[in-house]
Design a protein around this ligand. Structure first.
Ligand code: CA
Length: 687
């Protein structure tokens, strides 16, 4: 296959085909998908993440070693898939920074930092991550955390144009890789936990002018937006909502990850986020299906016109975003070849839909599922288990929970084996209806009672599996089990290999059997998916390594800074050891200025504003072990006035006052006194 690539290059030169030349990634190149390149997030438009390269295979993989590596300045989540075109590797790190490397030597060619304001970190539900770039005709496109879509010159990294795709005053974020389709750059947004009103936009790749926009929830006033979504909203979507708190936030349904273009049906498929607030009783008085939240929506790429939708979780009550990887393939179903869209949904069901009509082909449990007994193939609706909607005030503990049976981590497909490899997880979650609810603009507004995350709620242990799923037989052919629930995305190759990372180990599995054939200790966890490419007759495998984003890495300690590892056969490089972390002594509570605050009020503030990010296994420091709680002056400077804005800690004076800050500090000191002293490695944060 590497040889084929060389012939392709010779052909390009001989024919003088412009699209083969430098800086000419276009539709033909993405469709034809030269074996040695990785031109869009899922490699090609169908997003199968399957590479035809086979130099690294079952026989040779034991010789795989590091060829080159690059270190980054941050120890926060690394989620990007590296893209490779014309010998250049493009990747992103936290805070939406872009890097270009010589893909053969690892020499850094340029870097671009969009200088996202630090306080924007508070608007990112799930860390300040970024999943990568799009390439189109000499430009590199990145969606910045603060809602900008930025076009860079692929050769220099200089800004060509930049547009604000969101209202910067609202808690919108972008973490997804943009997609380049038919001269347009497609970009969605995140923020359904706050919530915001989700939409997908298409911008002209050359000029940055907005071509069309499709809103995923109706305008709460019922008025048209002058957008591509207006007709669908008027015809049927608006009727699926009712009065409730969604009108204050916009209903969520943010398309924050999957956007897949199918060349054959000329449709784009978009996955939408949870309905917001999560609790449907608060959101719409428990009424309606709430379109297009938790749905897969098909649109025409030229106009944004609605074609079909399939709602995976009608009237979502559980944060069951449907944004996970949407993969297109031809499958032999019922004796003929069918073009399908596949998704391993957060809600625990693996969906196969007809790509042209959106009709449900099958929906089967790929992990333990107890919120629903199955999906009715006639209606396409889940058959819910009694009590799943926690409307009676009790705590509903179930699997999957809000982290899902599968999250954003990309899957991969092996067409020869007919298998989809799912990085699956079993993580229980709990939900309860609150006694009262008031909407707080700009803050998390889930509409859950505090009992749902309290210490009294006991959940079964979390675990993870890499599942080789046969979408035709509708069952797993093999599984590999892991202690780590939250792991990396997946890469599949014609070498018969499946690459996947768990904890510190990067592993190559036999695609047919699930046998682990090669293991490499990266010295740090990985959650991103690997990509692969070839240059000068050599195949490379690239993986971003780094701490775990929303799911954390099970309290991995000490945390390591981000690193890009690039492997090839007989690679002999030994990456330098990670820097020794700065170790913090146990908290000296005797030196604390006593707090005079109210513990009950402090606990409520912690639950509302702090605990989601600052917790064991989470991605920000555990506050009950942080010296900042010892001193009221320094504490208020950070919490109320934003002394740590550059690191993502927004000022909270808009949410509470001096007395509340002292209530919070009192609660944190009381909790710290209950916990044993712990020596901790300091976070580096990094910008
Ligand atoms: Ca969500």
């Amino acid at each position: 296959m590497v040889r084929m690539l060389q012939w392709a290059a010779v052909l390009c030169i001989a024919l003088g085909v412009a699209s083969c030349g430098k800086s000419g990634v276009d539709a033909k190149r993405i469709e034809a998908a030269a074996a040695g390149e990785w031109l869009t997030y899922g490699r090609t438009y169908d997003e199968q993440r399957f590479s035809p390269l086979d130099q690294v295979n079952k026989d040779t993989v034991s010789r795989l070693g590091v060829s080159w590596s690059a270190d980054f300045d941050t120890d926060r989540g690394q989620e990007a898939t590296p893209l490779v075109a014309d010998g250049v590797l493009y990747t992103t790190t936290t805070w939406s920074k872009v890097f270009a490397f010589d893909a053969k030597t690892g020499k850094q060619l340029w870097t671009y930092d969009p200088q996202v304001p630090g306080e924007k970190g508070f608007d990112a539900c799930c860390d300040v991550v970024n999943r990568g770039v799009a390439l189109w005709k000499g430009k590199v496109y990145v969606g910045a955390l603060d809602g900008r879509l930025i076009a860079l010159d692929a050769k220099t990294g200089k800004v060509v144009w930049s547009v604000q795709t969101t209202d910067p005053k609202q808690p919108y974020t972008i973490t997804a890789a943009p997609r380049a389709v038919k001269g347009k750059i497609l970009i969605g947004n995140g923020g359904a936990e706050y919530p915001v009103r989700g939409y997908l936009s298409a911008y002209d790749a050359e000029t940055g002018k907005l071509d069309w926009r499709f809103h995923m929830t109706p305008n709460p006033t019922g008025a048209p937006d002058g957008a591509a979504s207006d007709k669908a909203m008027k015809d049927f979507a608006y009727k699926t909502w009712n009065d409730g708190a969604w009108k204050q936030g916009g209903g969520g349904a943010t398309p924050w990850d999957a956007v897949t273009y199918d060349v054959k049906s000329d449709l784009i498929f978009v996955g939408t986020g949870n309905a917001g607030p999560w609790n449907g009783k608060i959101r719409t008085g428990g009424k309606g299906d709430n379109l297009f939240a938790a749905s897969i929506v098909a649109l025409r790429p030229d106009t944004g016109e609605y074609v079909w939708h399939y709602q995976t979780t009608p009237r979502d009550d559980w944060d069951f975003d449907a944004v996970q990887h949407l993969m297109v393939a031809d499958l032999p179903i019922g004796g003929k070849t069918q073009r399908v869209v596949m998704q391993a949904n957060k809600n625990g069901f693996f969906y196969v839909l007809d790509a042209v009509s959106g009709k449900l082909v099958s929906a089967d449990k790929f992990v333990p599922v107890d919120w629903a007994t199955g999906v009715d193939l006639k209606t396409g609706r889940p058959v819910e288990a009694p009590g799943a909607r926690y409307e009676d005030g009790t705590v509903q503990t179930q699997t999957p929970g809000a982290l899902g049976g599968h999250n954003w981590q990309p899957m991969a497909f092996n067409p020869k084996e007919g298998l989809v490899f799912i990085p699956a997880q079993t993580i229980y979650g709990s939900y309860t209806d609150p006694k009262e609810f008031s909407f707080i603009p700009g803050a998390w507004n889930l509409g859950l009672g505090r009992g749902a995350d309290g210490p009294k709620v006991k959940r079964p242990a979390a675990m993870g599996e890499l599942i080789a799923w046969d979408p035709v037989a509708k069952k797993a052919r093999w599984k590999a089990a892991f202690a780590e629930p939250w792991r990396s995305g997946v890469l599949a190759t014609a070498g018969g290999l499946v690459f996947h990372a768990a904890g510190h180990e990067f592993i190559a599995f036999d695609a047919a059997t699930g046998k682990a054939l090669w293991r490499y200790n990266a010295g740090a966890g990985a959650i991103a998916a690997a990509s692969t490419y070839a240059i000068d007759d050599e195949q490379y495998v690239a993986l971003m390594v780094g701490f775990g984003g929303a799911g954390g890495m099970g309290g991995e300690e000490p945390r390591r800074k981000g690193r890009l590892l690039v492997f090839k056969l007989d690679g002999k490089m030994v990456p330098k050891p990670f820097p020794v972390p700065v170790v913090l002594p146990p908290l000296d509570l005797a030196s604390a200025t006593p707090a005079k605050g109210d513990l009950t009020k402090g606990e409520a503030l912690s639950a509302q504003f702090c605990r989601t990010c600052h917790n064991d296994g989470g991605y920000l420091p555990v506050l009950t072990r942080s010296p900042v709680i010892l001193d009221p002056v320094g504490f208020k400077a950070i919490v109320l006035d934003g002394a740590r804005k550059p690191h993502g800690m927004a000022p909270f004076r808009r949410f509470f006052n001096e007395a509340s800050a002292e209530d919070l500090r009192a609660y944190l000191l009381a909790e710290a006194a209950k916990a044993p002293p712990v020596v901790k490695a300091a976070m580096t944060h990094g910008r």
